[in-house]
Design a protein around this ligand. Structure first.
Ligand code: 26M
Length: 799
């Protein structure tokens, strides 16, 4: 075990590695070289456990869960790996003795950002938790050469640059496995030909064959000797099929398949390349899984006893027909047996109720790219309709079948082809059942279940917030680092004024850390005595960054009208990437930046208000920002945010949540009690009421509420300079197009609750910190270790 390594041994290994890779002495090495050497030493330490776990799957015939996801967003791995191996302090000290600051090496690692936001980050938390609970659970995804775009702000606008995260060294954590490569076929024609005994076998013509080569990354459990595997696939041109790709352009088209992560989580991206990515990852993963199951020597029809495959959102939903294909075409299993197994193997998580984000593919395109899969989907659809037509209403069948109006509905495929459908927070699952998927619920009520999201506590407390962690050690001992539920003990300390004062000091220190960063990046001084009010997440209309902006405009206008006004100083902090084609979202970014320039440079405003937009929000920046927050903005239109996970990270770091009753905010409220969260605005029923009655009238609110009118007009009357075009776009969205996300209706209550919390912060810091402590104590409820334990027991039935 790595924990047996002592300092002397470690330093020897480290220096040997520097010598081997770079022929350099430690004293002459760059931080990048030192980082690479350290990562390789760690990889060497975990190799035996990693190898054992991978080989144990077949040898011990262990049931294994495979988490299929088109996104994984782990961020940096160095600190997590050191912590989980139990050698963080030892390595830190050993390096320090040799003149190396571990922090410099941490800074040298690049974020692995193979994800857009919540969905990809959840997948990364789950990988850590699977290993930590000691479950055999492997990830399956794509090794994109370029991750989510790097965001620069130029003249207030978002500019997207490629994220070349793979250095010339590749990814130091990964190991390429050429011997485990498999071939994936796309395009061409396929027809069925009778074989011996009348079995129909597909014959392929003119297919294109892709070579899928896996790269494996160790996923280290928290101090338990378990190392799971995250397998990411890259594409190569198979030597055998070189003639199929004679020109450079042909070869480039192949390379494109794993070249970039789609940066669009706002709506479906109808590119055939995306469809190929999805099939490529699913086929390569499943072929490998079935092959390793075959090695166990058990009957193919019992594969569900050893294999669970999870479909993370609809992107990997072709796993359903692909498993059918492999079982039937490659292993001769008959349809009915293959279907029984497939349903038992597959399970699916839904992450959104937004209809524009539910994947649909043009059936003709689908047929062109994956003709055999198209046949199988056609047959699944035919049998589904045949079975249910006589049992339920025609419109129910119509709403649930896979192929309709020339489109393939991927969610329907995932639901019909699996045994479990889960939402990601209580309210979200209820909405799936009552609304979005209600027809499915009448057919398959037993498939539906809730699994409220969680976050991996190690990264979001110990690593992101060492100061708070040390304080917690002093208060309740170190046991919480292993068992997060021990955080509950903090609740006994909420009347201890000395504790509350210490908590305040920690928060201020974290605010200073962020202020230093803002100073370096933007040249702005942030007053750390101000409330740090933070909204960091993807930019979306439904997440309502614009409501936050309207509140800032209101405060600005109030101050301009009366410079004597008593106002608790505030720093508003934003971080958000907009999908490159999402016009509205990009306009909001421009407006935030112009508003920031206006407010920050107004001498009359001084330190009372500051607005900062921190560019390139990613996991590493989240680790810096979240511990510094006093207020966590979770202000989506009720019913729209499936769960949210940053809400959990903020609470774990002692921010108070200002929230609508949406997603997991509701469960946070249940955990901390109404007094320790600030709730505002319409709940989901009020929102749905408007949908039903069609009675929402934004224009009337605008006309009758002078304050709202003043704020909304600031977008177009020159109050904020340089937003002529964007301002009109926003004004129209709010007034002319009837404010789809109900900002105007929720505005008054939002402003009121904002004022109340500002007063509390100014007048009673102690009560504030008391609430913060209650939030920290109860964040134990949102550990992804517990979430994954439930997936393992209730969905995958693994140990
Ligand atoms: C679709 C088509 C083409 C390219 C990309 C996409 C796409 C990518 C990501 C669509 C959606 C994507 O992610 C959705 C997402 O992140 N959902 C969030 O999932 C979190 C984890 O469950 C929840 O906490 C959030 O509430 C939910 O918005």
């Amino acid at each position: 075990m790595a924990t047996d390594i002592n300092k002397a041994q470690f330093i020897k290994d480290f220096k040997d590695q520097l010598y081997e890779d770079f022929m350099v002495k430690n004293s002459d090495a760059t931080a990048e070289e030192q980082f690479v050497a350290l990562a390789k030493v760690i990889k060497n330490y975990v190799r035996p456990d990693w190898f054992r776990q991978k080989n144990g799957i077949v040898a011990d015939k262990k049931k294994t869960a495979y988490y299929f996801s088109i996104e994984f967003l782990p961020g940096k791995m160095l600190q997590t790996n050191l912590l989980n191996l139990g050698i963080y302090r030892m390595v830190e000290a050993a390096l320090a003795e040799n003149g190396v600051a571990l922090n410099d090496l941490v800074a040298a690692e690049r974020d692995m950002a193979l994800g857009n936001g919540g969905l990809g980050r959840l997948a990364a938390c789950f990988m850590d938790s699977l290993a930590t609970i000691g479950a055999p659970g492997f990830g399956n995804g794509i090794r994109y050469k370029y991750g989510l775009f790097k965001q620069k702000i130029v003249n207030g606008y978002q500019v997207e640059l490629p994220d070349a995260w793979l250095s010339s060294e590749g990814n130091v954590w990964e190991t390429k496995k050429p011997h485990s490569a498999v071939d994936v076929k796309i395009y061409g024609n396929v027809y069925l030909e009778p074989h011996d005994g009348g079995v129909l076998k597909p014959v392929y013509e003119n297919v294109k064959t892709l070579h899928a080569v896996p790269y494996d990354m160790p996923q280290i459990g928290f101090q338990n000797g378990v190392v799971n595997n995250l397998r990411l696939w890259d594409v190569e041109i198979p030597e055998k099929y070189e003639l199929d790709y004679p020109t450079l352009a042909d070869r480039r088209r192949v390379e494109d398949i794993t070249s970039v992560l789609y940066p669009d989580d706002s709506s479906r991206e109808g590119q055939s390349l995306r469809l190929i990515q999805e099939y490529f990852m699913v086929s390569a993963g499943l072929q490998t899984i079935v092959k390793s199951y075959a090695k166990m020597g058990l009957p193919m029809t019992a594969i569900q006893e050893k294999v669970a495959v999870h479909i993370n959102d609809t992107h990997p939903a072709m796993a359903v027909p692909e498993l059918m294909r492999i079982l039937m075409d490659d292993y001769g299993v008959k349809w009915s047996d293959a279907w029984t197994s497939t349903i038992a193997v597959m399970s699916y998580t839904n992450h959104t109720v937004l209809s524009e984000a539910l994947e649909k593919w043009d059936a003709a395109l689908f047929k062109e790219i994956v003709p055999r899969i198209h046949q199988i989907v056609g047959e699944i659809d035919r049998q589904f309709v045949a079975k249910w037509a006589s049992k339920v209403d025609a419109c129910v069948v119509d709403n649930t079948r896979i192929i309709r109006n020339g489109q393939i509905h991927m969610a329907n495929l995932a639901i019909i082809g699996g045994h479990s459908v889960n939402g990601v927070a209580k309210l979200h699952t209820e909405l799936l059942i009552e609304d979005v998927l209600k027809d499915f619920y009448t057919i398959f009520p037993e498939k539906f279940n809730n699994k409220t999201n969680g976050i991996v506590p190690r990264r979001w407390s110990q690593i992101a917030n060492p100061k708070l962690s040390n304080l917690i050690d002093d208060l309740i001992g170190k046991g919480w680092r292993r068992d997060i539920h021990e955080l509950k003990k903090l609740e006994n300390l909420t009347s201890d004024t000395a504790v509350l004062a210490q908590l305040d000091l920690v928060k201020t220190a974290n605010k200073q850390r962020l202020a230093d960063y803002a100073k370096k990046m933007l040249g702005i001084e942030l007053p750390v005595n101000a409330i740090f009010d933070v909204q960091v997440k993807r930019l979306h209309a439904y997440k309502r960054q614009l409501l936050n902006v309207m509140h800032i405009i209101k405060l600005y206008q109030d101050l301009k009208a009366n410079s004597e006004l008593e106002l608790t100083p505030r720093v508003f902090i934003f971080g958000a990437k907009a999908a490159p084609g999402y016009h509205f979202a990009k306009s909001v970014i421009k407006i935030i930046n112009e508003l920031a320039a206006l407010v920050n440079n107004d001498a009359e405003i001084g330190d009372k208000l500051k607005v900062v937009f921190l560019e390139n929000y990613n996991v590493s920046l989240a680790e810096l920002i979240i511990p510094a927050a006093d207020v966590s903005e979770q202000i989506s239109t009720a019913g729209k945010e499936a769960s949210g996970t940053s809400n959990m990270k903020f609470m774990m770091n002692g921010a108070l949540t200002l929230a609508t009753l949406d997603g997991a905010n509701i469960e946070i409220k249940d955990a901390v009690g109404e007094d320790n969260i600030i709730i505002f605005g319409m709940d989901k029923n009020a929102v749905y009421d408007h949908y039903q009655k069609h009675d929402y009238n934004a224009r009337a609110i605008y006309d009758n509420n002078p304050e709202i009118k003043r704020v909304v007009d600031a977008f177009v009357d020159g109050t904020i300079p340089n937003i002529h075009y964007e301002g009109h776009e926003i004004w129209d969205a709010l007034v002319s197009y009837n404010d789809e996300y109900f900002l105007l209706e929720d505005f008054d209550d939002y402003v009121k609750k904002q004022a109340e919390l500002a007063t509390l912060y100014a007048n009673d810091k102690q009560t504030w910190q008391q609430k913060a402590l209650i939030n920290i104590a109860n964040s134990e409820r949102f550990s992804s270790d517990d979430t994954i334990e439930l997936y393992a027991k209730e969905i995958w039935e693994i140990n």
